[in-house]
Structures are given as C-alpha cells and as structure tokens.
Design a protein around this ligand. Structure first.
Ligand code: ZN
Length: 605
C-alpha cells in the first residue's frame, strides 16, 4: 500500500481501507510484533446473491474472516473483516444463505488479489524458493509450493488469436539436445505470444492453424518450419530470418577459414615492432644474469634514459620486482644479492686468508719454507704459492657458471625449432649427436624457447623481413564487426592480412556485401551476389548458397522487407534466463506461465 503525502496531510487509516474497497469502513487497528491487524466492516446496504443474483439485505449472522494484504512500512498486514451472511429470498435459489463477497479477494482466499499479484510479480523474476525467502522477510509468510501454486493458478493472459497477423517463430532448447520448443513473437509489438513444447511438423502446423489470420511469418532457415507454415498458411508471406541468414553465412565462412588459416596467423610486421625485437633478443641474453648483474644493468639502462617497462622487458624482469629492488636501501640490496653460496664462499675465503697470513707471519720471523711446511702441515708448493704477493684467495672459477650438458647442443636445438621440427625428433637427434643428459632437460629448454617465442614476435622470415603473429580468432572478429570496431587488429595489419592471404580478402568482401545487402534492402544486387559467391568456388559458401536457393522466396523476402528480426533471439535470451533461474527444475507449463506473465507485465505496466 503506497503512502502518498496528500496536500492536507497523511492518509487516515480509513482512506487506506477505502483504497482496497470503497464499501469498507475502518474500525480499529493494532500493531503487534511487526504485524498490523486492521479490523474493518462492510457498509453495503444491499448485497446480491452470488448463486442467483438476487439482491438481499437480510443479515443472517456475522463472522470474522482474516486475510493478508500488502505490507505497510515493513509490517505484515492482516485485515479482519466482520463478514456478514445474508439470507437469499429467491425461492428458486438452492442456497438459503450466502456470505458477502468482495472483488479484491477470491472466494475463501487468504490473501487479497493485489497481494497475490505482488507475489506472482516477484516469483516470475526469481525461483519460487528465492521468492518465498524474500517474501517471508517482510511481506507475507508463504512457502515455496504456495508461490508455485499461485503462479500456476494465475490464468495465462488470453490473446485474441484472430488479431495476430505477423509473427516470428523460432525454436529454443527446453533441455539441450533432448527436447525443443517453439516460441512465437509478435513482429509489431515484440510481445511473446505463445509457446509450445515441440518443433515437429504436425504440432507446429496445428498450432499455426489456430492463428487463423497470420499473413507474415518470419522464421529461421529450417525446412520443418517452412513446411509447417506452408501447410498451415500456404498464402502467408514467409521471411527467412536475417539474423539466421547472417549467422549461417558467417559460420560457413569461419569453417572455411579454419581450414586455410593456422591458429596463429603470421604476417609481415607492420608496426614498430623491430625495436621491440631487439629488446627481446637482449632479454634472451640477459635471462641468465644474477640479480646483482641485473641491478648493474638497470643502472646502466636508466642512465641511457630507458623507461621502466622497457628495462623490465629487456631484463625479463617483473615490474614489481623492479620496484622493490629500486626502493631498497643499498645495504638491503647488498644483503639480497648474497646467495647462500656466496656466504659460504666468503667464509672460506676468510679462513684461507687467515692461513695465508699465518704462513706469511712465519716467513717474516725467518723460518724456511720447509720449516713452515712442517709446522703448518701444508704442502711446500702451497706454502710457496701463499707467499706469492699476487696470490688471490678467491677461487679462479668462482662465480662462473659451468656449462651444462645441453650447452653444446643449444645452437642446434634452436635451429631445429626454428625449422618447426617436432620435439621428439629433436630429442632423438641430440642423443644421436652424443648428448647424454636427460630428455626432460631438452624438453624444458624447448618449452621455454617456445614461450619466449610466443611472447614476442621475433620470428623473421627467410628473406629477412620481420613478422608478427595475429590470432585467428581475432581475424574472425572482422567478419562480425566493422574493422574500426575490432580494436585488436589495426588497419595496417588488416591490409597486410589481405595482401598475404588473398582468399581472406575475397571471403571478407563477399560476407560484408551480403550484410550490406540485408541492411540496405538492395534486392537488385542479390542475384549478382549469388553469382559472384558461386564464382569463388568455395565448398562452404556453395553449401550456404544451396541452402539459400532451396528457400529462395523467404530469403528474398528477408532482403525486401523491413521486419525486425533480432527480437526472437532477444526473447529466447530472456527465456533462457528465466529457465536458468528456475534451475531447470520446473515443467514446461510453469515456464510458459512465467514467460507469458512477464510479457503481460512488461506490456501493461
Ligand atoms: Zn440466491
């Protein structure tokens, strides 16, 4: 019940009740535990018998009848009516008494009609379980089955089948790959008119016959629908659905392109990628650097004026790691650079240095090399080396990475990979060449290589031109959207694709010509288009044309007439949403009721 602020103040309780029925009088009300009980009475002097229609004013008795109404300010509302029973004075009537009835509530119902409407309105948009939960919060106590029953009890809105002249029909899945239904939408009002749980010839034909005045029927290219419409309304104008025509054409074209294009299409590089490629090469070289070396590089590169992203890319470094490294104090950084091996190494150097100092001290006090050797237990040669001024305690090969077993073969592997050879073949070859490491090492190297390759387009062709990779899916997008909408492919790239793959250009043109023909309603161009499409001699396009020729009249009508088509698809989307909200649990009948109720609400509210 809406609380409107009137000029002279708030509604009085009596006015609330009068909104429900002007013949009711307010007596009293009481609010208890979030529930509002309003007692009312009827003020009608004369009441007609519901069984015979005779008027009566002779009261037999009164009793209290309680029912629920819309909530007021979050309080559940119960109305207690002092309901009167009357005598029926009509001697022909087979009832002697009857109770007064009201328009706002059904006979014996526990809820007013407007409350029931509210429940139905809510439950259409969600499942009965959810509806019950929401309603229980502050509207009305109601179980999920009652919600369901109310929904089913609501009579489906009746449409006058004679007034329907132009419709779209399409199929939809009730249960995917198992059962299908057909939906009918009015072309003019875009209203969902009807649904049946079948798409078979006979059922659809009978169903269509029940609409006697259909003149225009839009449908997809299916033969069953074609026959069913011809069977039911042979004189009706059939229009092949433009949306389906386009969908068919594009899917045939995509099928063909899938055969001709690899998932990753390589074209000659058109962007400023060359600079990038150099950075990538560097990144590959810089991959094995230690953190300390990387830091040195960072300093060097920033002096050269490179930006953060560039440096990170060239050093194969995460940008967060970069930020962390830069934000550190020099001490922290020093600590970070020290690896476990370094710490051990430093310890060893310290110990060695102590030894050396000991030897040198002994020499300083005048002992001979032999004597030193005897006292320290070191070899005489070692003593001599330690006494050398230029002796370096750091091991000569310290900090140098030793070559792995794979290193001598890396060049060969790179070469093979470049030629696109199979991994197993390469592994075999390398073993033949004398590699005795494990195969998984080779495989790791190869996946790494491929990753690097995939990440950056550093592939170059035999003639030395740089290439770049475009994903096939992105090229398919060009068939659906105009080039300026496909942001992932630049116009230059598009030109290059057309140049390198002439068949794509042809396909692209023929698809868009068809689209333009449909949008511009250019029926004259149609025959020429078919001729040109046939001349391409592409089996997939030929199958499309065959389909079109089988259904020529309807396709021509699709080009000629301006009937909005996407609307059935829109309706089917709506239907799918509702179907999913119901968790696919309820029957086709409930689905139909929900859909039609929703349509009624959309149109009349
Ligand atoms: Zn009567």
């Amino acid at each position: 019940m809406k609380i409107k602020q009137k000029k002279r103040g708030l509604y009085s309780m009596d006015e609330f009740i009068k909104q429900l029925d002007p013949n009711l009088d307010y007596i009293s009300h009481e609010i208890k535990d979030g529930k509002c009980y309003i007692t009312v009475t009827s003020n009608r002097k004369e009441v007609t018998c519901p069984f015979c229609g005779w008027p009566s004013s002779r009261i037999h008795s009164t009793y209290n009848r309680t029912f629920q109404d819309l909530p007021i300010q979050g309080n559940k509302v119960f109305i207690i009516i002092r309901n009167r029973k009357f005598f029926c004075d009509n001697s022909d009537c087979n009832h002697t008494t009857f109770a007064e009835r009201f328009d706002f509530i059904s006979y014996k119902a526990k809820k007013t009609r407007r409350l029931e409407d509210e429940i139905v309105r809510l439950s259409i948009n969600c499942s009965s379980i959810t509806a019950s939960k929401i309603l229980k919060e502050n509207v009305v106590d109601i179980g999920k089955s009652t919600v369901c029953n109310l929904l089913k009890k609501k009579e489906t809105p009746v449409i006058d089948k004679k007034t329907i002249t132009a419709v779209c029909i399409d199929d939809f899945a009730i249960k995917k790959r198992r059962s299908y239904g057909t939906i009918m939408v009015d072309i003019f009002t875009h209203q969902i008119l009807d649904m049946i749980d079948s798409r078979d010839y006979e059922t659809v034909c009978e169903w269509l016959k029940s609409y006697p005045n259909l003149r225009i029927i839009s449908r997809d290219g299916s033969v069953t629908y074609n026959n069913a419409i011809t069977g039911a309304h042979p004189e009706a104008l059939q229009i092949s659905d433009r949306f389906h025509l386009l969908k068919n054409l594009t899917s045939y074209v995509t099928e063909y392109l899938k055969k001709r294009l690899k998932p990753q299409v390589s074209i000659q590089s058109v962007s400023q990628e060359i600079k990038e490629v150099e950075t990538i090469k560097q990144a590959n070289e810089n991959r094995k650097l230690t953190l300390k070396e990387k830091y040195e590089k960072i300093k060097q590169l920033s002096l050269e004026g490179r930006c953060k992203t560039e440096i990170c890319r060239s050093l194969n470094m995460d940008i967060r790691a970069y930020d962390k490294l830069i934000a550190m104090t020099p001490e922290e950084r020093e600590k970070l650079f020290q690896t476990k091996n370094m710490i051990i190494h430093e310890e060893k150097v310290k110990q060695k240095m102590e030894r050396i100092n000991e030897v040198r001290e002994l020499k300083r006090i005048g002992l001979s090399n032999i004597e030193i050797s005897r006292r320290t237990g070191l070899d005489r040669k070692t003593v001599r080396r330690y006494l050398d001024e230029n002796f370096n305690p750091v091991h000569a090969s310290y900090g140098k990475k030793r070559n792995g077993k794979l290193t001598p073969y890396i060049k060969t592997i790179d070469e093979y990979l470049e030629r696109g050879m199979m991994g197993s073949y390469i592994v075999e070859k390398i073993h033949e060449m004398g590699y005795d490491g494990s195969s998984s090492t080779v495989r790791h190297y190869m996946t790494d290589w491929k990753k690097r390759r995939k990440k950056y387009y550093d592939r170059s062709r035999e003639d030395g031109t740089k290439t770049e990779i475009i994903k096939r899916e992105n090229i398919f997008k060009l068939l659906y959207h105009p080039i300026e909408k496909v942001k992932i492919i630049s116009e230059k790239q598009f030109e290059m694709i057309c140049k390198e793959y002439p068949f794509f250009e042809k396909i692209y043109k023929i698809t868009w010509e068809f689209k333009d023909m449909l949008t511009n309603k250019n029926i004259e161009a149609f025959d020429k288009w078919i001729e040109r499409a046939k001349n391409l001699n592409i089996p997939e396009i030929n199958s499309f044309i065959n389909g079109v020729e089988r259904d020529m009249e309807a396709v021509r009508n699709a080009i000629k007439y301006e009937y909005s088509n996407g609307l059935v698809e829109g309706c089917i989307n709506k239907l799918k949403v509702i179907k999913r909200i119901m968790y696919g649990r309820c029957s086709f009948e409930t689905l139909k009721i929900k859909i039609l109720q929703l349509e009624k609400m959309r149109l009349f509210n």
